[in-house]
Design a protein around this ligand. Sequence first.
Ligand code: FAD
Ligand code: MLT
Ligand code: ZN
Length: 508
Amino acid sequence: MLRGWRGLGVIRSASPGTRFPQYTRGYAAGLPELTKDRYSHVKRGNFATLEQNHLKFFTDLLGENRVVSNPSDCQAYNVDWIRSVRGYSNCVLKPRTTQEVSEILAFCNRHRLAVCPQGGNTGLVGGSVPVFDEIIVNTGLMNKILSIDEISGVLVCEAGCVLETLDDRLAEKDLMMPLDLGAKGSCHIGGNISTNAGGLRLLRYGNLHGSVLGLEAVKADGEIMDLLSTLKKDNTGFHLKHLFIGSEGTLGLVTKIAIQCPPKPKATNVSFLGLQTFENVLETFQLARKELGEILSSFELIDALSLDIVTGHLGLKSPIQDFPFYVLVETQGSNATHDEDKMNRFLEIAMKTGTVEDGTVTNEDSKIKAIWALRESITEGLLRDGYVFKYDLSLPIKEFYGIVTEFRKRIGEDAVRICGYGHVGDGNIHLNISTKEFSQDILKRIEPFVYEHTSQLRGSVSAEHGIGFRKPKYVHYSKTEPAINLMKDIKRIMDPNGILNPYKVLPS
Ligand code: FAD
Ligand code: MLT
Ligand code: ZN
């Protein structure tokens, strides 16, 4: 039987939740080209340019320590985590309170200064850094937990709280955050809400439109919108909080959040399984849904070339022999015996029918973490190939993996690697094409084809990462013209001068 543990080595680095260095990595050395040069068709908007009197206003408001204006100190805030885009802002502001955010935005709006809201800067679509010289408003110092209600499970906190810190604090009260992702050690809850981040357990706990009960946000003109309800039911007109969830800092800057948190599970089981074909993956998923039912909390795919990233570049050890496909199946529940019985039965059937050929399963914390590291570290390890063209697509589950095979045919040896991993349970695949360095030619061979293909299958061009800077011109593959026009109307009402995160999300 599978229960037990074989051959897993010591995790050398990149354990889940590791705080990512923002800027000083020992690989992919050198800065990316400035965005304004790489994407020279994008023109700077008619915004004001930073002047000494603007800086004086900001230092009077925040004090010198919370206004960064030295170009080399600003650098880390200008480059995104995957080093795909780079702005040249010489002004990073670090407010501590909603009132300060309000005064900053009101001033910027009056003076037509463009603003880029920034959380943990782990976003993957170039939305979190300026395109040109936008003022960066970073929420890192807005990091207070305001309350945790142990009866209702409602957490209220400021936008700059790091996701993992929140989860650790909730664990002390036998609660957990309803979302989890590989960037948890760096990303902020405000950034998660602004991107409507999905992550590793969406299949079980749903998305943030469901779990966020309320929020506070500051509009472009500085007006504070107090929508910080902690009520589960509140049908009083338009549900305005949803405008801020997933709008990537284009409609307002989120400052506080109330979120519904589930109880921390008493029992967790994780299995890591090897499979020969993608059809086997689908059969195993169907079986997992049937046999594990309400305790299934994650079902993640890793293909062979994705596993090779973490074993090759990061020195992690796979607990099983090599296969074309691997899946990570997790259960979370409240009764260890019941959950283990269910997991065992699921594994027995999967082995007997031959859909799964080998695997390992554990309920021990350290081993669970080691298995999760194989999945969560792929993003980091991939950067060691060079430049990564990342695609985050929702596709009908049967067509889920076909896009990876298609690109292997189209690009072949011209890429370092073409791999696929992702959230099978949510129909969300991450297609990644790595090359030694950025290449306009490869980009043209991938886009727009990747989006046309997705659209033909009625998928989504962004499942969970958002639109950011990299995808506005492809939104139309997933949204109709009237829908895009309504988005533009809403933007005009909420930010008439267009100062909030310009060049992002909305097509021009
Ligand atoms: P940032 O990157 O700083 O900003 C993201 C966007 O939100 C930007 O447009 C920014 O302007 C805006 N923004 C940030 N804070 C605010 C605010 N307070 N108010 C208004 N706008 C704001 N994403 C997933 O969905 N699922 C995953 O599984 C996942 N895994 C990841 C794993 C790794 C290793 C990495 C590096 C990234 C991963 N991501 C994932 C992407 C990223 O972590 C998420 O998008 C995350 O929610 C971004 O949070 P952040 O605080 O870093 O935001
Ligand atoms: C993931 O699921 O690992 C994240 O969304 C990040 C990525 O796509 O690399
Ligand atoms: Zn993902």
